[in-house]
Design a protein around this ligand. Structure first.
Ligand SMILES: [Zn+2]
Length: 159
């Protein structure tokens, strides 16, 4: 093994009425959805940034600027696929990804297996190497008031 690198990513989006709630690459039934230029998938964005960070390839805003009409309403799975291509170009392989979600509602546990499957498929690794955890913010702050959703991720790359 030539090198091992770790990266971290954080993302936050507002939750508003009248938007689909895309999370971890799947559509989660909920009264509110995340607001953003793309489909606003906070979990995939945090994972993109963790992967880019580990490779020293700047961040998601650099590669997919929200001023670019190409990415308006974009499926974040496509953004993640592009990040994986960038890593491949530099011979990086993905070891694992560990992510945490902070949101008050809805309960995410039933959707986690499908999210792991979806993300692992894009990353080309086993679902066992994609961890997703979810927690509430104990009714405090903007997450607690259901005004926003927050995601954190770390990723390990190797060559
Ligand atoms: Zn985002």
């Amino acid at each position: 093994m030539k090198a091992i690198r770790i990266g971290q990513g954080v993302d936050v989006h507002q939750l508003v009425d009248g938007r689909d709630f895309w999370l971890g690459g799947i559509l989660v039934p909920h009264a509110k959805g995340a607001l953003g230029h793309s489909d606003a998938d906070v979990l995939l964005h945090a994972i993109c940034d963790a992967l880019l960070g580990a490779a020293g390839l700047q961040d998601i805003g650099y590669h997919f600027p929200d001023t670019d009409q190409n990415w308006k309403g974009a499926d974040s799975k496509e953004l993640l696929k592009k990040v994986v291509q960038l890593l491949k170009k530099q011979d990086w392989q993905i070891g694992n990804v560990d992510a945490s979600l902070l949101l008050e509602k809805p309960k995410i546990a039933p959707y986690i297996p499908q999210m792991r499957q979806t993300i692992a498929g894009i990353l080309g690794i086993s679902p066992n190497a994609v961890s997703i955890k979810a927690s509430t913010n104990e009714k405090m702050g903007y997450v607690g008031r259901q005004e926003g959703v927050l995601a954190f991720a770390v990723a390990l790359l190797f060559q």
